[in-house]
Design a binder for this molecule. Structure first.
Ligand SMILES: [Fe+2]
Length: 124
């Protein structure tokens, strides 16, 4: 994916850095699930979400050059994988509840960022 050259403010860069961490964690939650899930419904669910989250991650990476990404990126990989594994171990209901909670958090996270990016988007 091509890098877009946009002059983000320090605050926008900070927000994008957190977005990158979140999308990296999300990709790895589904990879963690796929490491050990055997239930076909869970595997299909995780594969579908992994595809979507991989696109989200690629989108953020097209905006945020590597030097502006989180220095803790390896931690988000490990944490995502661990959460995916724990979700599978906890059973199907726990897994879907965990994913629902994560997604609710993500929706609020992006809603809170909207005002910081709306002005920027008007310039395109
Ligand atoms: Fe995402």
């Amino acid at each position: 994916m091509t890098m877009l050259k946009i002059d983000f403010s320090p605050q926008q860069l900070s927000l994008l850095r957190s977005d990158h961490a979140g999308e990296l964690g999300a990709v790895n939650i589904y990879k963690g699930i796929l490491w050990c899930a055997r239930d076909p419904a869970v595997v299909a669910f995780a594969n579908c979400h992994l595809e979507v989250e991989s696109k989200h991650l690629a989108s953020v990476e097209s905006l945020l050059i590597p030097k502006h990404r989180s220095t803790f990126s390896p931690l988000w990989v490990v944490a995502g994988r661990a959460l995916g594994l724990m979700a599978v171990v906890g059973g199907k209901t726990f897994l879907f509840s965990t994913i629902a909670s994560v997604e609710e958090f993500v929706v609020e996270h992006y809603k809170q960022q909207l005002p910081f990016f709306l002005e920027l988007f008007k310039t395109f």
